[in-house]
Design a protein around this ligand. Sequence first.
Ligand SMILES: *Cc1c(COP(=O)(O)O)cnc(C)c1O
Length: 365
Amino acid sequence: MTEPAPRPEILRISPYVGGESDVAGVNRVYKLSSNEGAFGVPPGAVAAAKVVAEELFRYPDGSAAALRKAIGARFGLDPARIVCGAGSDDIIYQLCLAYGGAGRDIIMSAHGFSIYQIAGTYAGSQVIKTPERNLTADVDAMLAAVSASTRLVFLANPNNPTGSLLPAAEVRRLRAGLPPEVLLVLDAAYAEYVERPDYDPGAALVDETGNTIMTRTFSKIFGLGGARVGWAYAPAAVIDVLNRVRSPFNVSVAAQAAAIAALAEPGWVEKGRAHNREYRAILAARLVKAGIKVWPSEGNFVLADFATPEKADAANEFLRKRGLIVRGVKGYGLPHCLRITVGLAEEVALVADALDAFMAGAAHG
Ligand SMILES: *Cc1c(COP(=O)(O)O)cnc(C)c1O
């Protein structure tokens, strides 16, 4: 019997593994595995979602006009050049399906965000991973991989799971070295956390070129990962393409209302950024003191480097037994590392205490 079969490349995709949220046999868990904002949902967004509950029998505004207007006002961008998605992942998929495909290659860096590989392969593209330097995307390596078949380049800036960042001048050099027919997608999911003066999320480059896109999300500092809202700022021609192919009602009524309210929450981003500045430094310093290498991070997480996969696995198990869930990053080619989200003060202390104990035990055992 012949069974229905997808295109062969589909079965070569490894399903995305999200951060875990529970551990068998452990009552209280601390989820530090998905880089969700430390402070939960903005109170105004909770209230807004409750208010629209009665409206859930209605289809959403498919153009998300009010949300685009609010995003435009907040970030100083033209709402006509914004498109919203069910998370920025949704937009990444649509870009791959529209601009990728058989014979249309996609470039990403070796430890770049894994959705690019999944969505690109789904589209039928060959996804080329270029070497990094010090767990940072290397512009020269990315440019060297460009061929006449290249159509898309994805750069998460800062990158997940490494936390590394390319300064604005390097991003500009990348853009300048790419042929005009190649779309450069700047994924700035963690932009709000970055405080380095040499950083730019990419809106200026979108304005200056006809072939650069910036994607953003409500899933991290805005605390709405479960609502699924992301957006892209892009040239008019790309917006036109995305509006042709995206699912027409891709952002739900509740998600649109919550996102608008999250933008209006007084001091929310400042509070998240200030907390992250303080506690990312505390977490990193404590891990270093315990004898663990920590890669510099501009996001709301750190990449802890245990030097060997065995030690990273043992540390992960040690944490899990104590209800502390962090993220293994084997799928990112980093089996010797664990990614740890910067949580509340209490969570940072718990994970640091546990890793202190683990390292002390490892040294003696
Ligand atoms: C979390 C994250 C996203 C956001 O995904 P959503 O679909 O918006 O939740 C995008 N890119 C990177 C690099 C991320 O880490």
